[in-house]
Design a protein around this ligand. Structure first.
Ligand SMILES: NC(=O)C1=CN([C@@H]2O[C@H](COP(=O)(O)OP(=O)(O)OC[C@H]3O[C@@H](n4cnc5c(N)ncnc54)[C@H](O)[C@@H]3O)[C@@H](O)[C@H]2O)C=CC1
Ligand SMILES: O=C(O)C(=O)COP(=O)(O)O
Length: 468
């Protein structure tokens, strides 16, 4: 995969405006300003007064042990990277986010409106995972912050873990393992089954659910799935019309839906009652999807024969012995007394392959967004891209104008640009937000300064960045 280079080898201006009422439109002076200085002298065509900064001025905060592959990509760009292995408590996150242009997180870090309102320089968020429920996507979009994720790089890892869990539950592997570790030999076959010929019910037939469907059929399982969308069945799997139908007909139920208002506690007492006696439940999606006390009760009374849980309503921030005082403790204490319950610490996507691929994928899209403004693949934002700014073109500049999606914007913007040659221009909208990208030529440094000021002053401006 090729990593995008800065638009200009000589210089890159990177101006961020419009996030705060204060309109904090100039980023802090770079400790690596020498990069710009050297190249400015070599190129000799940039105005100092604009305070443009090079890729060496871009500050990125990476949390939750994002993979080395991403660090390598950002390192090649010369970005300033702060890397932490864990997520941060809200107070610390607020302090650190104030200063950065980009942040990389995984599933734990909550980027709420309360946190994001402090992020005056932030232009982009990278979720180095599939889920984006931990980010207030709407607030981010309204404030001109694009959000990217990795939509399928860990799907296979989750599907494989789920296959392992189906067999582990069916053979009570967790219990046999614990017993032998604790000195008990318990060779038994009662209520231990092959998975061949059993029915797997998949809730959510997206990237993970459909991949799992193929793997499960190769083990001889019958596959049913329930999804709110009509989706093409892979292999011999069959879509059913309701969650109830799936619960009534499955020996194993596995959840692969996102965290949304609709999926919150979608498996609670009534749904557990609809499951077959002696069925198994697997939750590798999000902790909010299952009502844990209801599941504990279904296991306790023997309605279910076992469960695997990888995700929890509240998860610890860091690895280690966290249980003392953690909100999860009462649930874990009860679950560990039950038979055939396998608990894992949110490791569905945690393989070397997945993490390395995610690092490359999200590292690359963040770099493209920072260096070129390309928003293809953003989850909350209009998707806009233009071929690279012509490097041979003297006095050219790329305008990245994020604005409210209201009538009259193009008229106003093109009026502002009308004195220059618009080499290319593209605009798209998503809901209330629109994003215009334009390359203009025939601009000198004063023109760039004026353009920037005029665009920022428009009533529709959310954020304006100029790259040159
Ligand atoms: N345990 C782990 O480490 C991991 C967990 N995940 C979780 O798995 C989820 C699913 O991942 P993907 O398959 O990649 O997502 P996806 O977006 O490809 O598929 C989700 C499917 O769920 C369906 N869906 C949404 N709401 C529904 C509802 N109320 N009822 C039935 N179906 C519904 C959608 O139509 C879609 O087909 C992610 O959102 C994430 O929360 C993802 C990766 C790793
Ligand atoms: O990809 C996802 O959505 C996951 O749940 C995996 O999250 P993680 O990167 O392990 O924090």
């Amino acid at each position: 995969m090729s990593i995008p280079q800065p638009i200009s080898n000589l210089t890159q201006a990177f101006e961020r405006t419009g996030l705060s009422p204060k309109n904090n439109n100039t980023v802090s002076t770079s400790p690596t300003a020498s990069y710009f200085e050297q190249h400015r002298l070599a190129g000799g065509r940039r105005a100092k007064t604009l305070k443009p900064f090079s890729t060496g001025d871009v500050k990125i905060l990476l949390l939750e042990n994002v993979n080395q592959t991403a660090l390598d990509i950002f390192g090649q760009q010369g970005y300033q990277v702060e890397f932490l292995k864990t997520s941060l408590p809200e107070e610390e996150l607020i302090e650190k986010i104030k200063d950065v242009h980009a942040i990389g997180i995984r599933s734990k870090t909550r980027l709420t409106a309360n946190v994001l309102k402090h992020a005056k320089n932030l232009v982009v968020i990278g979720c180095f995972c599939i889920g984006t429920n931990q980010v207030d996507l709407e607030y981010a979009a309204k404030n001109g912050i694009a959000v990217f994720n990795s939509p399928f790089s860990n799907s296979r890892s989750v599907a494989e873990l789920t296959i392992a869990e189906i067999i582990a539950l069916s053979r009570e592997l967790g219990d046999r393992n614990m017993e032998l570790h604790n000195g008990t030999w318990n060779k038994k076959s009662a209520r231990c089954w092959e998975v061949r010929g059993k029915t797997l019910g998949i809730v959510g037939y997206g990237h993970i659910g459909s991949q799992l469907s193929v793997l499960a059929e190769s083990l001889g399982m019958n596959v049913l799935y329930y999804d709110t969308l009509m989706i093409m069945s892979l292999g011999n799997s069959k879509q059913v019309g309701s969650l109830q139908e799936l619960l009534n007909s499955s020996d194993f139920v596995t959840l692969h839906v996102p965290e949304t208002a609709e999926t919150k506690q979608m498996i609670s007492t009534p749904q557990l009652a609809e499951m077959r006696d002696g069925a198994y439940l697997i939750n590798n999606s999000r902790g909010t999807v299952v009502d844990l006390p209801a599941l504990i009760e279904a296991l306790r009374i023997g309605k279910l024969a076992g469960a695997c849980i990888d995700v929890y309503p509240k998860e610890p921030r860091a690895n280690g012995p966290y249980f003392n005082g953690h909100e999860l403790l009462p649930f874990i204490d009860e679950l560990k007394t039950l038979k055939n319950v396998i608990l894992t610490p949110h490791i569905g996507g945690s393989t070397e392959e997945a993490q390395s691929a995610i690092g490359i994928e999200v590292g690359t899209v963040l770099t493209k967004y920072l260096n070129e403004g390309a928003s293809i693949g953003a989850v909350n934002f209009p998707e806009v891209s233009l071929r690279a700014l012509d490097l041979d073109q003297e006095n050219a500049c790329r305008i990245l104008y994020i604005h409210q999606n209201v009538p009259g914007v193009l008229k106003t913007v093109n009026q502002i640009l009308s004195d220059y040659n618009i080499e290319k221009q593209f605009s798209d909208s998503r809901g209330d937000i629109a994003y215009l990208m334009a390359d203009v030529s025939g601009v000198n440094s004063d023109d760039i300064k004026n353009l920037s000021a005029e665009l920022e002053a428009t009533a529709f401006n959310i954020s304006t960045r100029l790259l040159y």
